[in-house]
Design a protein. Structure first.
Length: 153
């Protein structure tokens, strides 16, 4: 039996009918068609599905949609509605992506990281992004991009 879940996604109030087993990432991608949030492992390992829920970065494949009832979700599409977020610009400038599969989740985690640790060191950035896996870039340019934003304070 479906249940109703009401939440705000990228500032917009939505109510969706979901099965009890529906994951937050399925609500985002399948119900709301916000496909910038990716699914890699589906087992809370890769971080491709990272979004912000109530101001914290979470892996949306590890949370039931019903657990987000009354919450506020920001996806990569809502990170900077009026243009690219400085983190997205830094990823582009530093060549911090290749296939782009990990990138939305990586950016969401990096933004959270610098909220928690403005001016983060390289070590803090590497540790902060441990939950996000990239199969392409080897991380060097990703760390460079986040460091560039961190250096601006
Ligand atoms: Fe969620 Fe990999 S798809 S962590
Ligand atoms: Fe391809 Fe990270 S850019 S997985």
């Amino acid at each position: 039996m479906d249940h109703s879940v009401s939440l705000k996604v990228n500032g917009k109030a939505v109510t969706v009918q979901v099965e009890p087993r529906t994951l937050l990432v399925q609500l985002i991608r399948d119900h709301l068609k916000l496909t910038g949030t990716h699914v890699g492992c589906d087992t809370a390992q890769c971080g491709a599905c990272t979004v912000h829920l109530n101001g914290r970065a979470v892996k949306a494949c590890s949370i039931l949609a019903l657990q987000a009832q009354g919450g506020e979700v920001t996806t990569i599409e809502g990170l900077s509605p009026d243009g690219q977020h400085p983190m997205q610009v830094a990823f582009k400038d530093c060549h911090a992506l290749q296939c782009g599969f990990c990138t939305p989740g990586m950016v969401m985690s990096a933004v959270q990281l610098l909220k928690d640790h403005p001016g983060a060191t390289e070590q803090q950035i590497r540790e902060g992004l441990e939950g996000n896996l990239c199969r392409c870039t080897g991380y060097h340019n990703i760390v460079r991009a986040v460091s560039a934003v961190a250096a601006r304070g």
